[in-house]
Design a protein around this ligand. Structure first.
Ligand code: AMP
Length: 289
């Protein structure tokens, strides 16, 4: 496994590897590091489908708001490299901020529509930062396939829209959310939780299962979107430390509001909830039968 920190060196390395094998496919997994099994599952999927697997680890300042956790975001290079190697990465691209943004960027990629709600509304500028850095990374790596987790379902919708609108020559591969045995979605930010917050954070996955039952059971035809959201909110509020940022049921993948469940095939129930200083997100996509 090669660890590369400079853009020019990465380009040369990929060019050499492509030249050595005609038609070689490149699978790319962009991350912010502090790798866990969820990241590893993306690498493993890439390993199974591609000739060359490139992982990037970059905590992108552009996607953090002024009062967010950019400086405190957990970092552990040694452990990340061990996880990356185990999961089958061929190249780890590990640039510094100075390498990615030697001068303040004057170009930003903005995706409209799908960014209006959820994290787009509560984290202004976040998805411009994501779309811009992913565009830069796609231009640097030039992957054939790029792997993203459905844990960040809105991010997947944003990237798919961007790739479609800008004719980017890459196929986006969404992958399922990996969870702890008790249901908590794996996240680099889980390390911030203290014991009590960690326990109470289970209301997120529990309320997703609750919504799946309400929308999948025999009462599905009579339940309304606001009844589902109210049930979910009430359950989250049983955790005294939980502060709801949003709990919304939207059409998927358009992320538009749902007036009636009769008009949609698929919905997303998306949650962002703070426990102390830690903001967790989770979601489920439910097919309406
Ligand atoms: P991050 O390092 O948080 O930016 O995440 C990098 C990639 O890993 C994104 O595509 C995430 O959606 C994905 N990811 C994060 N957590 C999980 C998880 N629990 N299961 C699957 N993929 C995940």
């Amino acid at each position: 496994m090669q660890v590369i920190r400079a853009i020019q060196e990465l380009r040369e390395s990929i060019r050499t590897l492509r030249a050595a094998k005609a038609g070689a496919t490149i699978g790319f997994v962009p991350t912010m590091g502090y790798l866990h099994q969820g990241h590893a599952s993306l690498l493993e999927a890439a390993r199974a489908q591609c000739d060359l697997v490139v992982l990037s680890i970059f905590v992108n300042p552009l996607q953090f708001g002024p009062n967010e956790d950019f400086d405190k975001y957990p970092r552990d290079e040694e452990r990340d490299l061990a996880v990356a190697k185990d999961a089958g990465a061929d190249i780890v691209f590990f640039p510094q901020v100075q390498e990615m943004y030697p001068k303040p960027t004057k170009t930003k990629v903005t995706v409209e529509g799908v960014t209006e709600r959820l994290c787009g509304a509560s984290r202004p500028g976040h998805f411009d930062g994501v779309a811009t850095v992913v565009t830069k990374l796609f231009n640097i790596v030039q992957p054939d396939l790029a792997y993203f987790g459905m844990k960040d379902a809105q991010q997947v919708a944003v990237i798919e829209q961007m790739v479609h609108d800008l004719n980017m020559p890459v196929t986006i591969v969404p992958r399922p959310t990996l969870r702890e045995a008790d249901g908590l979605a794996l996240s680099s930010r889980n390390v911030y939780l203290n014991e009590e917050e960690r326990k109470q954070a289970l209301v997120l996955s529990q309320s997703l299962r609750m919504a799946e039952e309400l929308l999948g059971g025999s009462s599905a035809s009579s339940v309304t979107p606001s009844q589902v959201v109210n049930a979910v909110r009430s359950h989250i509020e049983t955790a005294p430390l939980a502060v709801i940022d949003y709990a919304e049921l939207l059409a998927y993948p358009s992320l538009e509001p749902v007036e009636s469940l009769k008009q949609v095939d698929r919905v997303i129930l998306a949650l962002a909830v703070k426990f102390g200083k830690t903001r967790l997100i989770d979601n489920t996509i439910i097919r309406i039968s």
